[in-house]
Design a protein around this ligand. Structure first.
Ligand SMILES: [Zn+2]
Ligand SMILES: [Zn+2]
Length: 349
């Protein structure tokens, strides 16, 4: 409420030069300014300040660096890796529905040109999409007489009888495959939408969720290591100014709060990965029309922990897979209670 109130008047500036000036300042309440360069610079500055004060205040650390340079080198390497991963994730593509649609329609058009008479399934040359060109296999939900290859492909991913308008984005007017959502900050439909990260100024989706998880890992490790260095600085009994201690204590409190938040976020995303869910699906489960009837403890897209982990770490970097909704029979199988036999045979894996 306060943030909106403070930032709100900035939008009303009539002078274009003033408006441009305000665009440079980050504001989490204003979607247009969330991804501004200043927000990224502010975060980088916080990282650098937290590390720099250690080298400015802590004489023991400087001595240790002289004796064991590898220790400081490793720490600085972690800082560099975290910042690089932050920027890489912030500019990475989360996987846009529009791009997938263009690729699918192009692949099918190319397939038709090269093998008109073939009834075999078509696949794009780069292996990104595996499509069924045989129209007799499509039409579980006929998206209309003039529907494109994409519309037919998407309709096949939903259970029979699903209404077309339920999966058409009212902003982009494209057919959304299951697990996609329109992001109002990016103004695009995102494949396997997880959330829009205001700190990164980017959406987290099918293509960059893995990068995001590694970024969280790096950030947590850096935060933890810096907190340990702060504590060891405070524990050394060397005469120093009180304000140095005060600055370090303030930064340590900030770090510990960030650490708790990061650890919880890392655990939460690890749980989502193991069960093949997204933040959006977990939080808005009752609002998503195709998840509404599914029991709470059933993860409809889960293929077992090992397979989920493999798909997350390896498969999705090269293959843009569109997941179909499971049939009622599969849902029923997934919702069956665990027996001793299931535990022995590792059904969940
Ligand atoms: Zn959209
Ligand atoms: Zn977004």
């Amino acid at each position: 409420m306060t943030i909106v109130h403070i930032c709100g008047p900035c939008r009303d500036f009539r002078d274009p030069s003033m408006n441009r000036c305000f665009q440079l300042f980050p504001c989490l309440a204003d979607p247009a300014r969330r991804s501004s360069l200043s927000l990224k610079l502010a975060l980088v500055t916080i990282h650098l300040v937290c590390v720099a004060v250690l080298f400015l205040f802590d004489g023991a650390l400087i001595e240790k660096t002289k004796k064991e340079p590898w220790y400081t080198a490793l720490y600085l390497l972690l800082l560099a890796a975290t910042l690089i991963l932050y920027f890489v994730t912030s500019i990475s593509s989360p996987g846009y529905v529009l791009d997938a649609m263009t690729a699918v329609n192009k692949a099918n058009a190319a397939y038709r040109n090269t093998s008109i008479t073939s009834n075999q399934p078509a696949s794009s040359k780069n292996g990104s999409f595996i499509l069924t060109a045989d129209e007799s296999q499509m039409g579980r939900n006929d998206a209309g007489g003039n529907s494109t290859d994409w519309a037919k492909l998407v309709s096949d991913l939903y259970p029979p009888g699903t209404v077309v308008r339920n999966w058409t984005c009212s902003y982009c007017h494209v057919e959304q495959p299951p697990r996609s959502k329109h992001c109002h900050d990016c103004d695009k439909c995102i494949l396997q939408f997880d959330h829009h990260c205001v700190w990164l100024g980017n959406c987290i989706g099918q293509n960059n969720h893995c990068q995001f998880w590694w970024y969280l890992c790096d950030e947590t490790a850096l935060c933890l290591w810096t907190a340990v260095l702060y504590i060891s600085f405070l524990k050394t009994h060397i005469a120093r100014s009180w304000w140095k201690d005060a600055i370090i204590i303030l930064l340590l409190i900030m770090l510990l709060i960030s650490l708790v938040f990061l650890v919880l976020l890392l655990l939460f995303h690890s749980y989502l990965i193991l069960t093949n869910q997204t933040t959006y699906e977990l939080v808005r489960r009752r609002r998503i029309f195709y998840l509404r009837g599914i029991p709470e403890r059933v993860y409809p897209f889960s293929k077992g922990i090992c397979r989920n982990l493999y798909n997350f770490c390896c498969a999705r970097r090269s293959v843009c897979s569109l997941e179909a909704l499971p049939s009622p029979l599969e849902i029923e199988e997934k919702s069956m209670p665990y027996t001793c036999k299931d535990v022995i045979t590792c059904r969940c894996c």
